[in-house]
Write a protein that binds this ligand. Structure first.
Ligand code: SF4
Length: 417
């Protein structure tokens, strides 16, 4: 059952949702944060599930995810292993959010998607009001797969558009055309109450007007949620190598900041308010699953490369698909490195994650309930400097990034750990 923490005096209201997390906040009401009690106590089973599908048509140049091209022939074997991993790890239980990410889940055939949804349905019962998200890529979606997902209980789609500029799609090595995004939305919008689009800004060669065009073309499609990420040159990726060899150039900081500012303002004008450093939503359309991550709630993770956080232990599965398959098929598990944080480290980590939430920030009452620590005793001195520099705002109930703090979030967050 949810625990409701309400504060009457800051003039706004926030209901919770999930991470691709959960809900609404809007101005002019009381501020309310809903905390699921199972997320609060260590030892209670997680209410959030992540399932990883690693298959992709092609490896994009910037991608550092556990994704693989050219191994589609392993998909049925992978689903069997996934079924085994899940069924031997947890007994059937009720959860609040399920997120199927990748990779490209919609790279699976319609029949394989049905199989995947059946595996999930047998293991987890989605609580009333729960969120079930599947990531989709425009080039791999079709009407039949959309119907399979909708019929299988999925109630939210996250569509990886990234850009509407042909030149940016080429630099990113994406395998779809801008028109395919529009066609995918025509299938998704009538079938799902909530859907989101992912975009990337700061692509080499892009300009502010190209980015503004991306935002406008996305808004014209009517999404209720947007994730807008600044491009990261992950070490070892082809894009990182291209930059090192001088084949592409990073945009200058001023231009990237202008793109970020434009995103915040343009989306706010369109009714999609920033609720996390990279995420924007209409009221009630925030990602419940991601909100759970940013509250440092526990979660299960299944599949190759999947991370989990259960009973205070963080662990991650092997990213090697053959090792994953062989280990699960041999009756073992696929867990790789794991880390158990002490209570204070967990509390600091919780503060960092919560500060990413633009509206919620770090709610002192929620923080104490979740961690057992007093926020001010733990990290109050760290905030003092940032408060003086107007990077954080503290109204006595909660600490939040200011607008300037959002642009310097990396510095502020690094300081708390
Ligand atoms: S589609 Fe996504 S997961 Fe797959 S290679 Fe491209 S960025 Fe990576």
């Amino acid at each position: 059952m949810p625990v409701v923490v309400a504060h009457a005096d800051d003039g706004r209201r926030i209901d919770s949702q999930s991470q691709n997390s959960r809900n609404p906040f809007y101005r002019g009401r009381r501020l309310i944060t809903i905390i699921t009690s199972d997320d609060v106590k260590l030892g209670d089973h997680p209410k959030h599930v992540y399932i990883h599908i690693p298959f992709c048509y092609h490896k994009c140049g910037y991608c550092d995810f556990a994704s693989l091209a050219g191994v589609d022939h392993l998909a049925d074997r992978y689903l069997t292993a996934l079924d085994r991993e899940i069924s031997t790890s947890v007994e059937r239980r009720s959860v609040s959010t399920i997120f199927v990410g990748g990779g490209t889940p919609t790279r699976l055939s319609a029949i394989q998607l049905e199989r995947l949804l059946d595996v999930i349905r047998r293991a987890f019962d989605l609580a009333s009001g729960g969120e079930f998200t599947v990531e989709a890529n425009p080039g791999t979606l079709d009407r039949e797969k959309v119907e399979v997902l909708a019929a299988g209980g999925v109630n939210r789609i996250s569509l990886g558009a990234q850009s509407f500029q042909k030149s940016s799609l080429k630099v990113l090595e994406r395998d779809h055309e801008p028109d395919e995004v529009i066609r995918a939305v025509e299938w998704i919008a009538p079938r799902f109450p909530r859907w989101s689009i992912d975009l990337i800004f700061g692509v080499p060669g892009s300009t502010l007007s190209m980015w503004t065009d991306d935002l406008d073309r996305t808004l014209a499609l009517g999404p209720s949620h947007l994730s807008c990420y600044g491009l990261v040159y992950e070490k070892g990726t082809p894009l990182w190598k291209s930059r090192r060899e001088g084949l592409v150039s990073e945009l200058n900081e001023d231009l990237e900041r202008a793109m970020y500012e434009t995103t915040i303002d343009r989306l706010a004008e369109a009714g999609l308010e920033m609720y996390e450093i990279s995420n924007y939503a209409r009221q009630g359309h925030e990602s419940l699953h991601n909100l759970a991550y940013w509250a440092n709630a526990s979660y299960y993770g299944f599949g190759v490369g999947a991370a989990r956080y259960v009973n205070g232990v963080r662990s991650v599965n092997t990213r090697d698909i053959m090792a994953y398959l062989n280990r699960i098929e041999a009756g073992g598990d696929a867990t790789g490195p794991s880390e158990t944080l002490d209570a204070e480290s967990r509390a600091r980590e919780t503060a960092v994650l919560m500060l990413r939430r633009i509206k919620l920030g770090i709610d002192r009452a929620e923080f104490a309930l979740r961690t057992g620590f007093d926020l001010d005793r733990l990290v109050g001195s760290k905030f003092e400097k940032h408060r003086r520099n107007r990077l954080v705002d503290d109204d006595g109930l909660r600490v939040r990034l200011t607008r300037e703090g959002i642009f310097l979030a990396d510095t502020v967050l690094a300081d708390i750990v």
